[in-house]
Ligand binder design. Structure first.
Ligand code: HEC
Ligand code: HEC
Ligand code: HEC
Length: 477
């Protein structure tokens, strides 16, 4: 009996040494990343680090250690890979990217995992000690992240220490053609865009309500319910794509969606043109700016140009640019926690979001816990790509003016900002969050409530008072 136990023990001890040792002897097969060609020495170093230490679990096409051929080990590693890839797939950032820079979220995620030393996972480096990131590898990754960020994503005109940062201040100027924007402003607020002249874009994107309707889901023409919550139009020009599922490439393409949607405005540009032609004053003004007149492309361009002017600077921008006092002490603490809890990895950049499609429910099943039936809208990005990987992925919403953008999430089921942060901690971050941390993060998010043309957005009366008359006549309901 005793002898048998010792044999088993010996086998276990030998296996425990052999497994990690095998990593030194048996090389991992190459992933597609290894074939990524570049003349850039720093990028080549970065790709080598990611290839050797990360891609095993951050791609479905990655390398597998030899022992994954055994049933139990393969189950464990496959689960890790599935999980790892749901958080981040490194391949598309380099392979088939057609020279596009690595995505802003990928930079933020790698930065977080190196700064907080979360990757590779502890259980994994226990077996693969040579897969730990060395300090010099960490430095290489950081240097590359700063360089890429400053070149491709930072708001220009700020000192380097500001430009290196994950979160970026809004630019001071929107740089749009104001003659076009004014026409777009009028169209955006014009009920003639709806079939029965009852609602306009602004009915669901009310400037006195943070650019949303503050309803769980929007109500369209004939009181029809739209399947999702209305996102804000403020700062929407900074989104990589438009809509929760990203089905519109840009604001131009987006504008026709609600116009022709039978549950929203239920119209089309010909109908709109017909109505507007009876309005001599508007028609003359429009043709003065767009000589080809009422075409779909011109309507779309006017509205999109207007939307690109809707940037809402906030106290947080002053803080990012160096004014410590722009935030209260509690807000500064909340901001630190926002970074510590990895919120900025998915909510990076100028608008704290809008840069990627992320799986809702990475650490727990959001949809099972919600209870309601899963709708087609809940599939998110999957509806556009048909790729299983995209199921339940949504464009990460901006957190600018988030305090005004209630209720929350694509389904509008989360009522308060406190609850929204709790939901994020549970489903997206997988960390316990004490109430005082949660409250500090909420306080921080209040520093993202901005102004539009100098008027504070959390003061609906001031917004309506300062508005040109056409902005006030946007709903007949
Ligand atoms: C053994 C598999 C494995 C390896 C190797 C690995 N990861 Fe991960 N990674 C995971 C898993 C699993 C998750 C899911 C989150 C968790 O369980 O903490 C994850 C999550 C992440 C995340 C998001 C959350 C966080 O904690 O930062 C990032 C970013 C990340 N990995 C980057 C990397 C980088 C960079 C490397 C290489 C230095 C790496 N990973 C190596 C398995 C792996
Ligand atoms: C009936 C309410 C309603 C009307 C009217 C409406 N919208 Fe929306 N809007 C929504 C909803 C709901 C969504 C999200 C839809 C989705 O993602 O599938 C949305 C999404 C958007 C987005 C994308 C924002 C983002 O972050 O992805 C923009 C921009 C936008 N609308 C502008 C407009 C414009 C311009 C008009 C007028 C032509 C308009 N909307 C009319 C409710 C409405
Ligand atoms: C893995 C990516 C990821 C991480 C990490 C993450 N979020 Fe999110 N966040 C999302 C996605 C995706 C949504 C939209 C989910 C939906 O609509 O179903 C979202 C939505 C939100 C919303 C609701 C906004 C709105 O307008 O509806 C808030 C608030 C928010 N996140 C804050 C945070 C905070 C605070 C943290 C850190 C504790 C955090 N997020 C971490 C991806 C992430």
């Amino acid at each position: 009996m005793g002898k048998r136990i010792s044999i088993v023990l010996i086998i276990i001890v030998v296996a425990a040494f052999l497994l990690p040792l095998s990593n030194l002897v048996i090389a991992l097969p190459a992933s597609p990343l290894a074939e990524h060609e570049t003349d850039d020495a720093l990028e080549a170093e970065v790709v080598a680090i990611l290839e050797n230490k990360c891609v095993q679990c951050h791609s479905t096409e990655g390398q597998r250690p030899w022992y994954t051929a055994f049933p139990i080990a393969s189950g464990i590693i496959e689960a890790d890979i599935e999980d790892g890839r749901n958080h981040l797939d490194l391949i598309p950032d380099f392979v088939g990217a057609d020279g596009d820079p690595v995505r802003e979220v990928t930079l933020s995620k790698i930065e977080y995992s190196t700064q907080y030393n979360t990757m590779p996972p502890t259980e994994y480096v226990a077996l693969h000690w040579n897969h730990r990131l060395t300090q010099s590898e960490r430095d290489t990754l950081q240097d590359w992240i700063y360089r890429e960020r400053m070149e491709h994503y930072a708001t220009p005109g700020n000192p380097p220490e500001v430009m290196r940062h994950t979160l970026q201040p809004l630019p001071g100027e929107h740089g749009q053609d104001m003659a076009k924007a004014e026409l777009g402003d009028k169209l955006f607020h014009d009920v003639r865009l709806s079939r029965d002249n009852t609602l306009s874009c602004a009915t669901c994107h009310d400037f006195a309500k943070g650019g949303t309707d503050q309803l769980r889901v929007s109500i369209g023409i004939d009181n029809q319910r739209v399947p999702v919550n209305s996102p804000t139009v403020f700062n929407s020009g900074f989104n990589i794509k438009q809509f929760w599922d990203g089905r519109a490439a840009d604001l131009e393409e987006q504008a026709t969606g609600p116009l022709t949607d039978p549950a929203e405005l239920d119209s089309n540009w010909d109908q709109v043109a017909e109505k507007l032609e009876e309005d001599e004053e508007f028609t003359e003004a429009f043709y003065a700016v767009y000589p080809e007149g009422y075409t779909q492309a011109n309507f779309e361009n006017a509205i999109a140009t207007f939307e690109r002017t809707l940037i809402t600077p906030a106290p947080f921008d002053d803080f990012l640019k160096g004014d410590e006092e722009a935030l209260t002490e509690e807000q500064r603490h909340g901001y630190q926690l926002f970074k510590d809890y990895s919120c900025a990895t998915c909510h990076p950049g100028v608008i704290l979001g809008g840069q990627s499609f992320e799986r809702m429910g990475l650490f727990a099943d959001y949809f099972a816990d919600r209870g309601d039936e899963i709708t087609e809208a809940d599939y998110g990005r999957y509806n556009v790509t048909g790729d299983e990987y995209d199921r339940h992925r949504f464009k990460v919403p901006t957190l600018r003016n988030v305090a005004l953008n209630f209720p929350y999430m694509h389904d509008g089921t989360v009522e308060t900002l406190e609850e929204a942060v709790d939901v994020m901690a549970e489903y997206q971050v997988g960390m316990d969050m004490p109430e005082e941390d949660r409250d500090a993060i909420v306080e921080f998010m209040h520093s993202l409530t901005g102004t539009l043309d100098g008027v504070p957005l959390d003061d609906p009366e001031a917004i309506n008072e300062a508005a040109p008359e056409w902005r006030l006549d946007h709903t007949q309901r």
